[in-house]
Design a protein around this ligand. Structure first.
Ligand SMILES: C/C(=C\COP(=O)(O)OP(=O)(O)O)CCC[C@H](C)CCC[C@H](C)CCCC(C)C
Ligand SMILES: O=C(O)C1=CC(=O)c2ccccc2C1=O
Length: 301
């Protein structure tokens, strides 16, 4: 008689799932793309500012994720999540202080940029991003539990982070960088949207009304198709209106990643064990399209 063995993930796998290295694409991409737009327009780049911003963004995202595990341990939503850093260490206060350390160091990097520029603008914008990040998960707001995460995510990783990055290089704002930020904001929110498909049961039990809890998985898959298609429609629109250089059409080379994501979710939206990797397919799309977008600005035009 055949027996089924449940394979326990190794501690290494659990830690990798807890730290989620691929997720850091969402922190680095606004910095890469915002700097690429500035370079495309000015032919100059301040490398110290670029690398300081990059490290700060990574630290700020580490804060967001570690504190997410701390706050989620208080609502019980992560009870069945062995790859929560709090569950792995069993030490909530250590993770809380570690997250605050990451935030402090991240803000310190941004402060350094503000000091180099003798201008508070970048600091103010990034502090506002952090505030949005806190309201997503921290008490008393927990706006992610109301299904508002994708909106916060769009503004934090799109218009705000890219405006701050562009400003850190040029000390000005630009319509082109705003147009680019719509693309990056949307592709980042698509990742968050996909992260909910396999969590409906746990979310319902903890009272979290994620967009997928609200819409149902079938409608969610349709919304994903629509949102992913809009990325490419927007690109064409922005080229037609001369907001993007033509090289930006390189973004269409990321279409296979978009199709893979949409097809996977369309097929498996109701099967948590199979749809649980859609978040990573969405990260692939975010990373590849973001790099192509940045290339489109850097290539001579
Ligand atoms: C922590 C986030 C999602 C995880 O949510 P969830 O609890 O559903 O996940 P688990 O199942 O893994 O527990 C992302 C939340 C994003 C937030 C709305 C906005 C964050 C803003 C950043 C702090 C800003 C970074 C700016 C930087 C790029 C300069
Ligand atoms: O753990 C997650 O699911 C996410 C973490 C995270 O930092 C992030 C940031 C931006 C968009 C989506 C996500 C996640 O889904």
């Amino acid at each position: 008689m055949a027996t089924t063995r449940l394979v326990q993930p190794t501690p290494k796998k659990l830690w990798l799932a807890a730290i989620k290295p691929p997720m850091y694409s969402v922190a680095i991409m606004p910095i890469i793309v915002g700097t690429a737009v500035a370079f495309g327009e000015t032919n100059k780049i301040n490398q110290s500012i670029f690398f300081t911003f990059l490290i700060s963004a990574i630290l700020i995202l580490a804060w967001e994720n570690l504190s997410n595990d701390v706050f989620d341990s208080e609502t019980g939503i992560d009870q069945n999540k062995p790859h929560s850093v709090v569950n792995l260490t069993g030490n909530k206060s250590l993770i809380f202080w570690l997250s605050n350390l990451c935030l402090g160091l991240g803000i310190l990097g941004i402060l350094l940029i503000a000091w180099w520029q003798q201008d508070w603008t970048v600091l103010i914008i990034i502090l506002f991003c952090c505030l949005l990040g806190y309201t997503y998960q921290g008490p008393p707001f927990r706006l992610g539990y109301q299904g508002l995460g994708e909106i916060l995510c769009f503004f934090a990783f799109g218009p705000l982070a890219i405006a701050a990055t562009y400003y850190s290089q040029t000390q000005s704002f630009s319509i082109t960088s705003l147009a680019v930020s719509v693309f990056i904001g949307m592709s980042t929110s698509i990742i968050l949207f996909c992260s909910h498909f396999h969590q409906v049961e746990d979310d319902l039990a903890a009272g979290k009304k994620s967009p997928i809890v609200r819409l149902g998985t079938a409608t969610g898959a349709k919304v994903l198709k629509w949102a992913t298609t809009s990325l490419y429609a927007l690109t064409v629109l922005f080229v037609v209106f001369n907001l993007y250089p033509r090289w930006i059409l390189l973004v269409f080379m990321s279409l296979p990643f978009a199709i893979a994501l949409v097809n996977h979710v369309e097929q498996y939206h109701a099967e948590p064990d199979k749809v649980n990797n859609s978040k990573f397919l969405a990260i692939n799309l975010h990373f590849v399209s973001g790099i192509l977008l940045a290339l489109g600005f850097i290539l001579p035009h």
